[in-house]
Design a protein around this ligand. Structure first.
Ligand SMILES: [Zn+2]
Length: 276
């Protein structure tokens, strides 16, 4: 949500080539895995209150969101999955405090205990080999203590290899997790499903629900509009996936058919809209 003209006291500001851009950003929590992927809640980044401060970043807003959702909906969440932004002690401790498990991507890290376990794990033998999506995946696993933590956590490396006609593609995926007993294949599927948030949920919200446009500034209007967008999008997803199982039409086309159906309904009461 970006504007160079409209703004309010809650706007975050960013300087792009000398021009001030005003935005409202939010951290969003959504379900992953099997459809439908429902957006559960969001938390706005707080803007700086004076020039000496900085606007709040994603991680701080995300922690507040996690706390709120866990307290407002006890026992709704048992595992939270996050990208490498949350690969730190603060996040792991927060999850333990809230009584939920964490699965977090590992990328480049400055954490010394994590660096050590990375190096040590590279020298071990693989503990499991499985095949998924055409990849042969070798799994390496270690348990370690992150900084001053009293309980160990798991570090896992998935080394992936795929043979295309003439070349071999190799990638790897690293995670840490507090899920001590979960199967390695399951953890892999969960972290992979996290990409769905970008690919499905947010793509859909941006392309079909105007999420990237800031309609209004000031007061609680931004939050109000966001709640409306998320509620409408969630209900639509549920309708599409649970009622129209075999439909391959996209959301825009379905919305058009619904509007058309409602228009027809006005004229001929015996026709309830065609479920396409
Ligand atoms: Zn604003």
């Amino acid at each position: 949500m970006d504007s160079i003209k409209k703004k309010c006291e809650n706007c975050l500001s960013m300087n792009k080539r000398g021009v001030a851009h005003y935005t409202h950003n939010a951290a969003v929590m959504s379900t992953i895995g099997n459809d439908p992927n429902i957006a559960l809640d969001f938390e706005m980044y707080r803007a700086k209150t004076n020039e000496d401060e900085k606007d709040e970043g994603e991680f701080t807003a995300a922690l507040r969101l996690l706390n709120r959702v866990v307290h407002e909906h006890p026992s709704l969440i048992d595992i939270v999955v996050y990208d490498a932004l949350a690969c730190n002690l603060v996040f792991i401790k927060e999850c333990q405090k809230l009584g939920i498990d964490a699965i977090v991507r590992v990328k480049k890290t400055n954490n010394i205990s994590l660096k050590e376990v990375k190096r040590a794990t590279n020298k071990t033998d693989s503990v499991l080999k499985f095949i998924e999506d055409g990849y042969v995946i070798e799994v390496y696993e270690s348990f370690f203590y992150m900084n001053d933590m009293e309980e160990p956590i798991r570090y896992i490396k998935y080394a992936k290899e795929k043979k295309d006609s003439d070349e071999t593609k190799r990638t790897q995926m690293l995670i840490i997790t507090t899920c001590m007993d979960m199967k390695l294949e399951t953890l892999y599927r969960i972290i992979k499903a996290r990409w769905d948030i970008e690919n499905k949920t947010f793509n859909n919200l941006k392309n079909n629900a105007h999420l990237s446009h800031c309609f209004i500034h000031g007061g609680n209007a931004v939050e109000g509009i966001l709640y409306l967008l998320f509620i409408a999008s969630n209900i639509f997803q549920l309708f599409k996936i649970r009622r129209l199982r075999n439909s391959n039409k996209n959301q825009k086309e379905l919305a058009r058919l619904l509007v058309k159906g409602m228009y027809t309904l006005k004229r001929r009461k015996e026709i309830i809209f065609n479920s396409a």
